[in-house]
Design a protein around this ligand. Structure first.
Ligand code: C5P
Ligand code: ZN
Length: 486
């Protein structure tokens, strides 16, 4: 989508309004509550706002939540009547709830989810969708936060890297060569001109500069390479037997950067053949080539150097219930916070591999219906991890014309957490998962929403089968309607 100048100006104007309100509160020495979403983009958004507030000497607190509901909003309401609340990376889908529970409160929403309902009158709402800009691809929650940070003070331009990480965390690399586009692209340019980021086209493996190649292959989950992702030993054997590359030379492990162009091509073709042999469409292999975003000021051996890996690290902290580590790292903490986050990352990767193996053990766990795949995480996959699992499966199941509806039980709450993902081809055909999940969840007294290609819902567990069946029908109907309408 081409973003017009007027749309950008209107968005920037609302970012300035938000910045002005923040300044007012800081000048009056009033507390600011930042509430943000627990995924990589949400943590990056909270980090961007947190760092900007520190720089202005603001008094603030950050809380990270998996979603907004009555309890969370009531908690915020009792936290301080005179405080300003800033919601980042969520809020736009819950305008009515916020209006009911926080009426007459001053609050700011910095989000990129599809807005649902009316913005409460005392709120400043910054969201690309309100200006005709695509919030699923062109700007992330961290990106919106960055626009406000920049409006607060030009020196915050160094936070453009964190906003880039947020956009990649939300899988917004949907432009050519898996690049960021739209307003994200201008944020990337800010980071590049500040000397903090570079990008180039290469094989998109994590740890290209420093890690042994077999580990690098095993760490790759987008796309998911069956039999290699998460499997270091199998990945080692693949390199030696199928590609003809020895991972070790004279006691030294080779990193990807040690390979010649010729060897890289051989590696790529071997993986492409391997993916084809697993029945995956040919365009999946192409996801392995694209823009690599490198944070040039980060130490080469840390997961912060590659922006996509940085995002995985943030997800690990958020989803393994240590989100404050992720926020602290986005605000510039390294040392102990990074060390602890690294441990979470190892644990997170191990757990995800375990979940994927478990799903593949029984065919009933990944079931193909007429129009969707249903992935049944039941009580085995933690609700915090079902989103990651769903994203990984979206590139590894054979039929790309079917979206994935994955769910897990939320322990002790009588709910299922649903995470739905679709590839872009379906959004191009008019499918909007955010809308479908919202309609289906509301029919069964649940709550749903999100973006066209990535959406979520919480639904009472007893309605699970009916909910899944309704989503199956709605997807079918929507795609047929679109086909008939051309
Ligand atoms: O939780 P999951 O990662 O699957 O969510 C996908 C997207 O849908 C996220 O951006 C999330 O914020 C959004 N979502 C939503 N409303 C819900 C659940 C998820 O907007 N009830
Ligand atoms: Zn987001």
């Amino acid at each position: 989508m081409t973003v017009k100048k007027k749309q950008i100006n209107d968005l920037l104007k609302s970012a300035s309004e938000a910045a002005n309100l923040i300044r007012e509160y800081i000048e009056e020495e009033k507390t600011i509550h930042v509430a943000s979403h627990y995924d990589a983009d949400g943590l990056a958004a909270a980090g961007v706002i947190g760092k900007s507030l520190v720089r202005l000497g603001g008094r603030f607190r950050v809380r990270i939540e998996r979603w907004l509901d009555e309890n969370v909003v009531d908690g915020i309401a009792t936290a301080g009547k005179t405080a300003l609340t800033i919601f980042t990376d969520f809020g736009s889908g819950d305008l009515n709830l916020l209006g009911e529970r926080l009426s007459n409160r001053r609050a700011i929403i910095l989000d990129h989810h599809q807005p649902v309902g009316e913005t409460p009158s005392a709120f400043v709402h910054v969201n690309p969708h309100l200006h005709g800009i695509d919030g699923s691809r062109d700007l992330s929650g961290a990106g919106v936060a960055y626009l406000v940070a920049k409006a607060l003070d030009k020196t915050n331009v160094d936070l453009a890297c964190v906003a880039t990480v947020g956009a990649l965390g939300d899988l917004q690399d949907k432009y050519g060569k898996r690049g960021l586009g739209g307003i994200n692209e201008t944020i990337v340019e800010d980071a590049v001109s500040s000397g903090l980021l570079k990008y180039e086209t290469d094989l998109l493996f994590f740890g290209r500069e420093t890690r042994p190649i077999h580990k690098v292959l095993a760490f790759t989950t987008n796309p998911f390479i069956p039999g290699i992702s998460g499997e270091e030993d199998a990945s080692y054997a693949f390199l030696v037997q199928r590609v003809g590359i020895k991972p070790k030379s004279k006691d030294k492990w080779l990193a990807l950067r040690d390979l010649s162009e010729e060897e890289k091509k051989k590696l790529f073709s071997a993986i492409a053949d391997h993916l084809a042999s697993k029945g995956l469409p040919s365009d999946i292999a192409l996801r392995l080539i694209g823009n690599v975003y490198t944070l040039t000021q980060e130490e080469p051996w840390t997961p912060l150097r590659d922006a996509r890996e940085f995002a995985v690290l943030l997800n690990a902290t958020g989803r393994m219930e240590e989100p404050s580590l992720g926020v602290a790292i986005c605000m510039g903490d390294r040392a102990a916070a990074l060390e602890r986050a690294n441990t979470m990352l190892v644990e997170y990767r191990r757990t995800i591999t375990k979940c994927l193996n478990w799903l593949n053990e029984k065919p009933s766990r990944i079931q193909e219906l007429n129009s969707i795949y249903v992935v049944r995480g039941e009580n085995f996959i933690h609700e915090n991890l079902i989103g990651t699992v769903s994203s990984i499966l979206s590139t590894s199941l054979p039929k790309h014309e079917k979206p994935i509806i994955a769910y897990s039980a939320v322990s002790g709450e009588g709910l299922i957490k649903v995470s739905a993902r679709a590839l872009d081809i379906l959004a191009d055909r008019g499918l909007n998962l955010g809308e479908i999940l919202r309609i289906a969840a509301e029919k069964y007294s649940g709550k749903g929403g999100g973006h066209d290609v990535a959406a979520g819902a919480q639904v009472p567990i007893e309605s699970m089968e009916s909910f899944v069946e309704l989503v199956n029908e709605l997807v079918k109907k929507r795609l047929e309607e679109k086909q008939l309408g051309g």
